[in-house]
Design a protein around this ligand. Structure first.
Ligand code: NAP
Ligand code: GCO
Length: 289
């Protein structure tokens, strides 16, 4: 009987992580590669794909990367066909690509709303739909969705994002319900507040060099009083992508430093001198689309 550690291996599996040129997607892909998977990734434009390929090369990883906009069904299907011809059928899909627009709802245009819903909810639908037939044929598959604190909580200015991530929680449960019979598991990672380019604006220092009030707020809501690091999520991602989680289905696993369990403390009580400067992979120009 193989040892328990073998259950966490991804040897020979083909893993597609969407939007994985940097941020959490890059972290998931790196972890999967270390666990033995072949990595394929896409991003929204060639510049980002090239940056991602360079980053993976620096990490000593040979990966397949190509441009694919997850909101474009033609591009998604062409990407999957290309991967099946050049790498192999996709065993693991991580619907990681996502955007956020922080705008008060009464000021948000329909176009802005549609853009967030298209990337964060319709994208995972299109990518999952594209990989399911081969997973059904093989009788094996793992789909992991990128949920969020906003799958459970609301907050000012993120209405479209919260609606998308709440919908993504239910899409996770529905894929579980409809495809569990084919030995396909669909779960979600629910990160708390993680230091990546997507959350960089929330951590930017104020003009006078003082701490961003939202940064202080999040630390007062997190028992560990820190933002998550991309490395904090790698173990859970490998677990949900591996045979070790074959009997887990339809779940959102929150990895949030305890935010969702803690009422929080007065932000003014925090001792700022304790906070180490937190690095993020911010060398990527994040365009606000
Ligand atoms: P990020 O730094 O903004 O990276 C997202 C990636 O997705 C970027 O490479 C982005 O490219 C790409 N992307 C955007 N739209 C796309 C499209 N239409 N097609 C293909 N790729 C596209 O985000 P992150 O912080 O790593 O987060 C990754 C996922 O986890 C997202 O779904 C996010 O909502 C979720 N999440 C993040 C946190 C957090 O605290 N960071 C917490 C909970 C959940 P561009 O550079 O062009 O945008
Ligand atoms: C925000 C943040 C959050 C995080 C994440 C929390 O503006 O509140 O961007 O939405 O990205 O989704 O889990």
């Amino acid at each position: 009987m193989s040892g328990i550690i073998d259950q966490f291996k991804l040897t020979g599996k083909v893993a597609w992580i969407t939007g994985a040129s940097y941020g959490l997607g890059l972290a998931y892909a790196t972890a999967f590669a270390e666990a033995g998977a072949k990595i394929v990734f896409n991003d929204i434009n060639q510049d980002l794909v090239d940056r991602g390929l360079a980053e993976y090369k620096k990490l000593g990883l040979e990966v397949y990367g190509a441009v694919c906009d997850v909101t474009n069904e033609e591009q998604v299907n062409a990407f999957v066909k290309d991967v099946e011809e050049k790498v192999g059928t996709i065993d693991i899909l991580v619907n990681n690509a996502g955007i956020i627009k922080r705008i008060p709802m009464h000021e948000m245009s329909k176009a802005q709303w549609d853009q967030v819903i298209n990337v964060d909810l319709t994208g995972p639908f299109l990518c999952s739909k594209a990989v399911l037939p081969k997973m059904m044929e093989k009788g094996y598959g793992k789909i992991i969705n990128a949920c969020s604190m906003m799958s459970e909580f609301g907050r000012e200015t993120v209405s479209a994002y919260a609606a998308a991530k709440g919908g993504l929680k239910m899409l996770t449960r529905n894929i579980c319900s409809e495809y569990g019979q084919y030995n396909i598991q669909c779960n979600a990672i629910g990160p708390g507040y993680i230091a990546t380019p997507q959350t960089a604006p929330l951590r930017e220092k104020q003009a006078d060099g003082s701490m961003n009030p939202f940064d202080r707020f999040i630390r007062s809501k997190t028992p560990a009083q820190r933002w998550g690091k991309t490395e904090d999520l790698m173990g859970l991602a490998v677990f949900l992508a591996s045979p070790a989680s074959d009997f887990i289905n339809g779940q959102v696993v929150y990895i949030d430093g305890g935010i969702s369990a803690y009422i929080g403390q007065d932000p003014n009580n925090l001792d700022e001198s304790k906070f180490a400067e937190q690095e993020t992979s911010e060398d990527v120009q994040v365009v606000d689309r």
